[in-house]
Design a protein around this ligand. Structure first.
Ligand SMILES: *[C@@H]1O[C@H](CO)[C@@H](O)[C@H](O)[C@H]1NC(C)=O
Ligand SMILES: *[C@@H]1O[C@H](CO)[C@@H](O)[C@H](O)[C@H]1NC(C)=O
Ligand SMILES: *[C@@H]1O[C@H](CO)[C@@H](O)[C@H](O)[C@H]1NC(C)=O
Length: 510
């Protein structure tokens, strides 16, 4: 019997190695260890999910801090030099101050011959209550059909642990860590990363000085089956446009027909922004958008994308474009303008013949490289003032940009993208989708601008993970295979880094 079993194992082994390409002996040991220690990794995830580290509700701040201490202790146990950095207080809307959870800065290894990889992640979560419609207890990790449900499983405790698991695998197997590794883990991401930018500024020349690569694993694949690497996100410029008339709300029976109504002005202004083909009508707005390259078009062609499934997911019958290439370029490469709401308008059910005296429209532009925020602001104001002046309305117009976040884009020829592609290929036996994200993730741009280091967005979760929802989950495969991908990435990046160094040394010699 025993003989039989070992024969089967041999066959399996041969099968899996041809599947993954030629695995090195090191990789085989790493992957085998990860497979054999799945239960332990899942147990760690269960322990982390059990901490209600909700950073939105101030009364749970103590739990966030407790979570930071648990994560720090884990890194400390693995031999990392770990500090919990105090980043001050948060002023609540009622004027009260509460302390922000500390940020973890940890480092392991200081070999100048190895590259230094810094991983960023967060261990705070969005609020979750069973009454919100959860089918499982949100803070009790529950496995159903190969998926682990629970708040924070995919966003972002699972991916943070996958990096830590990868590290612990090296340490427990006594395999020399191929890189110096650093961790920056925060506990306020879901609340807007309070205090983080200041900390990164402060640490630019200390913690970050010898960092070569920054990796973020806090977004999702484009699909449920195929891994992806993200190399860009759009920015967001949020505007408000206020039209005010007289001193008070009026009645349409009393003055309807004899005044210029602020709401009519506002509707005309909002309607002038974008046409029914989705084109933004503000002159010059597309001027600085970089044209789509052939290479990008080719990348888009390679992405598997089911239009019907996508439509079903978003619950929409028709979208403006018929091909995936057009859809991707409009979501990732071109700006879009969306109208979000009107403050001061009558919106309750029923009839009320009011003429509001002051209304404020809200819209935003998801902008892309190389659109300049202040130029966009100027173009928007000038255009709306022009449209408004044509109406010859005596009302008062005020346009302002409330918030502006910059887009981010990475160079996909960067060594870390190469290394990540290789690692994915080894574990999943396929090339990743090279994607951008239509939404805004300010942290990537923040790291890039302040530290001037290369940033890689290396997602672990699948498209249907439901981050922030009542069905948040991560699959066993993504969690365990993701741990392998990260372990493999460390080997690949160190190899590529060494080759690059050799090449540049040769150059300096000749
Ligand atoms: C909260 O902190 C701010 C500055 O950090 C300070 O100006 C303010 O007085 C503090 N408020 C209270 C209630 O302590
Ligand atoms: C929207 O504007 C664009 C650019 O001016 C134009 O090509 C397109 O035909 C317009 N669509 C409609 C429905 O008017
Ligand atoms: C990892 O991926 C392989 C190939 O897709 C799959 O067969 C395996 O079951 C996955 N591992 C886990 C732990 O789910």
């Amino acid at each position: 019997m025993i003989f039989h079993i070992s024969l089967i194992m041999l066959f399996l082994d041969a099968g899996s190695s041809s599947f993954s390409g030629s695995l090195s002996l090191e990789e085989k040991r790493l992957f085998q260890y990860i497979d054999e220690h799945q239960d332990e990794f899942v147990q760690n995830l269960a322990e982390w999910v059990a901490v209600e580290s909700d950073s939105i509700q101030p009364q749970l701040r103590g739990e966030v801090t407790r979570m930071m201490k648990i994560a720090a202790a884990r890194l400390q146990d693995l031999g990392a030099k770990t500090t919990l950095v105090d980043i001050g207080v948060q002023q609540l809307p009622d004027g009260q101050n509460i302390s922000l959870p500390p940020v973890i800065l940890a480092k392991l290894g200081e070999d100048p011959l190895k590259p230094t990889v810094c991983f960023y992640g967060h261990v705070d979560v969005m609020p979750a209550k069973i009454e919100d419609g959860w089918k499982t207890r949100p803070y009790i990790l529950t496995e159903i059909d190969g998926n682990f449900y629970g708040r924070g499983t995919t966003d972002n405790k699972g991916p943070v642990l996958a990096w830590i698991n990868a590290l612990s695998t090296y340490i427990n197997l006594n395999i020399d860590l191929p890189v110096n590794i650093k961790f920056l883990i925060e506990g306020m991401e879901e609340s807007g990363s309070n205090g983080l930018e200041e900390l990164i500024q402060k640490e630019k020349d200390c913690f970050f000085s010898n960092v070569d690569y920054i990796v973020i694993s806090d977004n999702l694949w484009l699909t449920t089956k195929k891994p992806a690497l993200t190399y860009g996100t759009r920015g967001n410029a949020c505007f408000s446009v206020e039209v005010s008339g007289g001193e008070k709300d009026l009645h349409s029976g009393g003055v309807g027909g004899i005044i210029n109504e602020p709401m009519s002005d506002l509707i005309a202004l909002l309607d002038s922004l974008v046409n029914s083909s989705g084109c933004i009508l503000i002159p010059g707005i597309y001027d600085d958008v970089i044209p789509l390259t052939e290479e990008e078009m080719k990348q888009y062609e390679q992405i598997e994308f089911d239009l019907q499934e996508y439509k079903a997911n978003i619950g929409v019958k028709k979208i403006l474009y018929d091909t995936k290439e057009e859809i991707f370029s409009h979501l990732w490469r071109l700006p879009s303008l969306s109208i979000h709401g009107i403050e001061g308008a009558f919106y309750e059910p029923g009839i009320k013949t009011v003429i509001p005296s002051r209304v404020t429209g809200k819209f935003s532009i998801r902008q892309v490289p190389h659109m300049d925020l202040s130029k966009v602001e100027h173009q928007v104001k000038e255009y709306l003032e022009n449209v408004f002046s044509k109406r010859k309305s005596p009302n008062k117009l005020m346009v302002s940009m409330q918030m502006g976040a910059m887009p981010w884009v990475a160079n996909i020829d960067d060594p870390q993208y190469e290394a990540a592609k290789k690692a994915i290929k080894r574990v999943f036996n396929q090339d990743p989708d090279m994607i951008r994200d239509g939404s805004t993730i300010p942290i990537a741009r923040m790291f890039q601008d302040i530290t001037e280091k290369s940033v890689l967005m290396f997602p672990l979760g699948a498209a249907d993970d439901g981050e922030h929802s009542q069905k948040e989950k991560i699959s066993r495969s993504n969690y365990i295979n993701g741990t392998k991908v990260f372990a493999s990435f460390l080997l690949e990046i160190s190899k590529l880094h060494k080759e690059l160094q050799k090449a540049s040394n040769l150059k300096t010699v000749t």
